[in-house]
Every structure is written in C-alpha cells, then in structure tokens.
Design a protein around this ligand. Structure first.
Ligand code: E4P
Length: 216
C-alpha cells in the first residue's frame, strides 16, 4: 500500500520525505487555509519536493468551472492530480479531464454506489472518507471493503485512496481491506512507529551500552 501525506505544510512533507515514508501528497481547501499561503504557490512548492502524485482541489462546483480550474492546476506540475467533488458536475468534469490525460481524485465519497459512479467516470483515485463515516456511528472500513470488491469485480482502473484517516487502526485496516493508498495526517503517520516495547528495549540497550562503556 502506498502512503500519501494529508497536509499542505511543506515542513511536514520534507521531514517525512527524509525518512522515505511517503509516495505522494493530498491537500484540500481546509488544509490550504491552515497553511495560510497562496494556493498555487503551495502546490508548486509541494510538487518540487514530491515525486509522486499531489492532489489539488478545485473550488468551483459547476462542471465548466471545475474543468477550467482543473486545467490550470494540472499545468502547475506533471504530478498534479485534480481533486473533484463527488457530484454530477464533478463526474462530468472527471470524464472531461480524464479524456485530456489529466489525473483525477474524486473526493467526498461516502457510499459504494458513489464510488462505482466515480470509477465509471474514469477517476484515477476515489477517496472514501473513513473517519467522517465513523464520526456518524457507521463503519467507514466497510466502505473500503465494498469498493475493493466492486472495483475488482469489473476490473476498473480506479485506485482506492483511503482518506479521512484518523488513527493507526484506520491505516492497518485499510491495508487489510486492500486500499491501494492511504492518505494519512503527519502525526498519525509518525504514530505508526510507536510501540512501548521498542521504547523499553531501546532504553535498556542505551543503559547497557553506557554500563559496558561501548565506544564506536
Ligand atoms: C484528503 O484527501 C481528505 O480531504 C482528508 O483526508 C479529509 O480528512 P478529514 O475528514 O480528517 O478532514
């Protein structure tokens, strides 16, 4: 499974790159707002330090506006993926941009039927929002499972990009249920490292190295 990082913070992206942990980046208007800089400049900067796909979301909600904005975003760099909402207009824009060879990420997916429509429209990625489904006391992970079955049944090329990931368990279960990619906030990604026995074991080795006066 690939890891994308869900942030528009270039410092966080660089730190994760140093550890070789990420294969791409996703952003959305809320993350851009948090970063507090010009949208297109942020995307250009992220693309410079990211070899993999970088999702940048349109802000128009009508078909023509989305197509125009998608083309502008796609010109920023060759690894830009245009993020479109899962609406009728979004699917039409998805089909039009796909026909021009532009990659798309259809976002705000909350049901298997929505995902099926996005796959039929030729989406490069479909983004099911796991955490937001869990927030309303429904099982977000079931959606990953259903999408995996549907996409495989009909050999769609669309990749499942598990989004709205909130916990390490979401990451583990997305991998178990066969998501192609998980987009993960930086803190959750680093959190995957944590295990009390690793900390305890390392503390013991450090203590013993001092006691044995080991020098290298
Ligand atoms: C990424 O593509 C999504 O926009 C993001 O994962 C949503 O996460 P949230 O539900 O935590 O805002």
């Amino acid at each position: 499974m690939k890891f994308f990082v869900d942030t528009a913070d270039i410092g966080e992206i660089n730190e994760l790159n140093t550890a070789g942990l990420i294969d791409g980046v996703t952003t959305n208007p809320s993350l851009i707002k948090k970063a507090g800089r010009d949208f297109k400049e942020i995307i250009a900067d992220i693309c410079k330090v990211t070899e993999g796909d970088v999702s940048a979301e349109v802000i128009a909600i009508d078909q023509q506006g989305m197509i125009e904005q998608g083309k502008i975003l796609a010109k920023i760099a060759s690894n830009v993926v245009v993020k479109l909402p899962l609406t009728g207009d979004g699917l039409k824009a998805c089909r039009a941009l796909t026909a021009e060879g532009i990659k798309t990420n259809v976002t705000l997916c909350f049901s298997a039927n929505q995902g099926l429509l996005a796959a039929k429209a030729g989406a490069t990625y479909i983004s099911p929002f796991i955490g937001r489904i869990d927030d309303i006391h429904t099982d977000g992970m079931e959606l990953i499972h259903h999408l995996r079955v549907i996409i495989d049944n009909y050999d769609f090329k669309t990749q499942i990009l598990a989004a709205s990931i909130r916990t390490p368990l979401h990451v583990r279960d997305s991998a178990i249920f066969g998501a192609d990619v998980a987009t993960v906030p930086p803190a959750v990604l680093w959190g995957l490292l944590n295990h009390p026995l690793t900390t305890k074991g390392l503390d013991q080795f450090v203590e013993d190295a001092k006691a044995a006066d080991i020098k290298i």
